[in-house]
Ligand binder design. Structure first.
Ligand code: NHO
Length: 369
């Protein structure tokens, strides 16, 4: 009995990438220490946007942390990485921990060569409908015969959102409506701007607070424009069977005031945001008078095909109103579940929980190889 060698190639070593590498190390060690283990994992590629660590003979990388700092080897463009990995003497899993569009555009090429992909990158699954089709026409867990592709962490980080939706659909349930809070940043922002218990700070101050706590993207506008949530809803709507053309093909409410759309930097934007606190306070007061709170939510109505993203008011007793911290909540209304939706709730952002979804996807692929 020989353990099967599986080659792992990792692109991106940011917050999620570093946490993933840590989890990969633990997994590889567990395999190597258990007698009769089925797998032997070899890390053969690690790249950042500029540099790459790899050997022409596919031998494992040792000490990647220090080697990555000292290497001067430039990285390869995706087309050449496809060629390098396709010639590896065994099965390969590519782990894309970037948010890069060019790498996402190359997924069909990797899959066609039998390379498996696991990733938290939303770009491939929420871009054009053509790219979505190209990916699932190539993948073995789609209509093709290529590698497998899994992207659990592209929605709700490590929460089992995509796997649950897939299982609802595959077992023949009828998904009617999906709704919830899909952004850790937006969750934190509104939970502290208008807590159900009353009070809360100025909107601009809460944005700065969220940024200081590390919840926002480096440029907070990337969270506030609603596109991150729109991408997640595009993915879920497509999995539920809707042909969504792109994340900009349905209404998305941006929280960036018109007057600040032309700000040249994130810092300038944050400096001027307090000028608009009055407008947000107005909305808050309006909701308060109805005994409600405002939250930034998204929904997919499957029968009508309507997808939308934006602010809505909720009764204080509603599960969406009562969220804590940066938690996500996703409710699936289906034929089987009736009026009591299947609800998934918990931490929806952060390196460790996002990497957990990626590592779990890697384990899923290993079982299929
Ligand atoms: P970072 O820390 O910016 O790391 C990305 C790394 O990729 C950088 O080191 C960059 O140098 C590298 N990179 C870029 N282009 C490259 C290239 N061509 N070749 C090689 N390397 C390249 O970002 P994160 O946080 O580590 O995120 C990595 C991926 O995970 C992104 O696609 C992100 O969208 C995805 N992701 C992150 C999170 C999270 O919590 N950090 C979540 C889901 C997916 O559920 C989470 C979420 O949605 C967060 C969201 N902001 C929210 O809900 O508030």
């Amino acid at each position: 009995h020989h353990p099967r060698q599986v080659f792992v190639a990792v692109i991106g070593a940011g917050g999620v990438g570093k946490a993933f590498l840590h989890q990969l190390h633990g997994l590889a060690q567990k395999f190597s220490q258990s007698p009769g283990s089925t797998y032997y994992l070899s890390l053969i590629w690690l790249s950042t946007s500029k540099k790459a660590l790899y050997h022409p003979d596919y031998r494992s990388l040792s000490n990647w942390e220090s080697e990555l700092q000292h290497t001067t080897t430039p990285t390869l463009p995706p087309s050449q990485l496809v060629e390098y990995l396709a010639k590896a003497p065994g099965k390969v899993v590519l782990v894309d921990n970037t948010s890069n569009q060019e790498i996402a555009d190359s997924y069909p090429a990797f899959l066609k060569k039998g390379i498996n992909i696991v990733t938290p990158n939303k770009k491939a699954f929420s871009g054009s409908y053509q790219l979505w089709n190209d990916i699932f026409n190539a993948a073995s867990n789609g209509k093709g015969f290529g590698g497998y592709v899994f992207h659990e962490s592209s929605v709700g980080a490590g929460l089992p959102v995509i796997s649950s939706l897939n299982e609802l659909v595959e077992t023949g349930d009828e998904v009617r409506r999906i709704e919830g809070v899909f952004s850790g940043t937006m969750s934190f922002l509104f939970n502290s701007f208008q807590p159900t218990s009353g009070g809360g700070g100025k909107f601009s101050a809460e944005v700065i607070n969220a940024k200081e706590k590390g919840f926002t993207e480096p440029d907070a506008r990337d969270d506030l424009n609603g596109l991150d949530v729109a991408r997640k809803l595009t993915i879920l709507a497509r999995l539920a069977g809707l042909k969504i053309e792109s994340p900009t093909s349905f209404p998305v409410q941006s929280l960036i005031p018109k007057e600040l759309e032309s700000c040249s930097s994130g810092d300038e934007f944050l400096q001027r945001l307090p000028e608009f606190d009055g407008q947000m306070d107005e909305l808050k007061k309006e909701a308060e008078q109805e005994g409600k709170v405002i939250r930034f939510v998204g929904s997919v109505d499957v029968p009508t095909g309507a997808v939308k993203v934006g602010l809505e008011k909720f009764d204080k007793s509603h599960p969406i109103a009562a969220l804590k911290g940066s938690d996500n909540i996703i409710a699936f209304y289906t034929k089987r579940y009736g009026d009591n939706p299947l609800i998934i709730q918990g931490a929806g952002a952060g390196g460790d929980v996002t990497a957990m979804g990626v590592t779990a996807d890697l384990i899923k692929v290993l079982r299929l190889l």
